[in-house]
Ligand binder design. Structure first.
Ligand code: SAH
Ligand code: SF4
Length: 399
């Protein structure tokens, strides 16, 4: 608290009260990424600066991706120096960067001021680039098949810490070296495939459960979408939830039509509760009621994710039961062959079982695709994000 009060000395009293109450000030110095444009205007107003200065800074942060106030050369030097002295731009420290798939999959490990770590994955395709970002360090949901769930919840991320992961991905894309023909991954092909230079999609499918950190997470959605700044279309954003029903109901009422994915993973309550403890609180019938209401209210199709575990939830009878459960619903199923997590006694469904499962669903009129995984060699695929074990030193980049 004292740290927070000290920090507030440089802010207007009204803004300081707002900042404390809304929980945006979680570090000992104000993180500009935690501020929406009106908050930035309030801060600058308190400093006696005109509102257009706030808009200039906002553009520098989210359009030009500038992370050093001194580099904001359209601002007077005195203001740049004040920003450098009294605020910070970002709180994530890049601790490790791993690449796979010839550099087209990139996984960053970030350390938070608390020492906790989170991971972010960037996947580059010829026609799009997708960032998979974390909303919490760790996760309290304890799903047995997931690496993140194994260590419990360490901390909620602030809006700025969620946004900053997208900005990292955007900078990676902006700073890509142009490829020569020799570096082309498909060397057999003579045609250079294009590579996007900016982020086109973002999925909240990294570490953590977004709806367990709803307010901060939603602020990050609004910031990333803001056409005056980062300008990512609502339909380019997808949130995945373990099935927190209050979050689904809340999302249905939000103004931005982002995509919703729900982790289902089993057509029956006994097995789902065994795999995902949250099912005891929100069993399948309750979850699907909320989903139907969501579809009725928004008229948007939802995706169901279904992780396939050999011999557990991948039998043809289970596919048939799943098809019955979802019959008539405006939905799509994304099958995800389980990605190995060390220390779990689970197995990944083999290709034949995956295809049979898909076949049963498609046969019954359920739209269904198998997710093509990226980054398994660097543990960057779905559910493999675990950071590093507590107590293990984090290797700092350049150290
Ligand atoms: N907490 C949210 C979002 C993060 S997990 C959720 O659970 O939906 C993103 C997706 O990865 C979820 O569908 C989750 O069930 C899936 N997942 C978790 N562990 C996995 C693993 N080891 N292999 C494949 N998918 C996994
Ligand atoms: Fe948390 Fe999602 Fe992993 Fe479950 S699958 S433990 S909700 S991150």
């Amino acid at each position: 608290m004292w740290g927070r009060l000290r920090l507030c000395a440089s802010l207007t009293p009204a803004y300081a009260r707002y900042a404390i109450m809304s929980g945006v000030m979680t570090t000992d110095i104000l993180n500009l990424y935690d501020l929406a444009l009106p908050d930035l205007e309030a801060l600058l107003n308190g400093w006696g600066e005109p509102a257009y200065r706030a808009r200039q800074i906002y553009r520098q942060l989210y359009i030009h991706l500038v992370a050093d106030p001194l580099a904001m050369t359209d601002l007077p030097l005195a203001l740049r120096e004040r920003l450098a002295a009294e605020t910070r731009i970002g709180t994530l420290q890049l601790a490790r960067l791993q690449t796979a798939d010839q550099g087209l999959t990139r996984k960053a490990l970030f350390q938070l001021p608390s020492g906790a770590v989170v991971e972010t994955v960037l996947m580059i395709y010829p026609d799009r680039a997708t960032a998979c970002v974390s909303t919490q360090a760790g996760c309290a949901m304890g799903c047995v098949f997931c690496a993140t769930g194994g260590r419990g919840l360490l901390q909620n991320l602030t809006p700025g810490q969620i946004v900053e992961q997208a900005l990292w991905a955007a900078r990676e894309l902006k700073n890509q070296e142009p490829r020569t023909r020799n570096q082309e991954p498909t060397s057999s092909s003579k045609v250079l495939s294009p590579r996007p230079s900016s982020l086109t999609n973002l999925v909240f499918m990294g570490m953590g459960e977004p709806f367990a950190n709803y307010d901060r997470w939603w602020q990050s959605v609004e910031r990333l979408h803001d056409p005056r700044g980062f300008n990512l279309g609502a339909r380019s954003l997808t949130v995945s939830t373990v099935g927190l029903v209050p979050g689904i109901r809340r999302l249905a009422g939000e103004a931005l039509p982002i995509n919703l994915a729900i982790s289902l993973h089993s057509p029956d309550d006994v097995l789902r509760s065994e795999m995902m403890p949250i099912n005891r609180r929100y069993p399948i019938a309750v979850l699907l009621d909320a989903t139907r209401d969501y579809i009725a209210q928004t008229r948007r199709r939802v995706s169901f994710e279904y992780v396939l575990l050999q011999g557990k939830n991948d039998r043809p009878e289970q596919a048939i039961a799943l098809a019955e459960l979802l019959q008539g619903m405006l939905c799509h199923i994304n099958l995800i062959p389980w990605n190995p997590v060390p220390g779990t006694p689970l197995g990944r469904s083999d290709r034949a079982r995956v295809l049979r499962f898909q076949h049963e669903l498609v046969d019954r009129g359920i739209a269904c695709t198998v997710r093509a995984e990226r980054g398994m060699s660097i543990a960057a695929a779905c559910g493999q994000l675990a950071g590093v074990p507590v107590g293990e030193p984090i290797p700092l980049v350049g150290a």
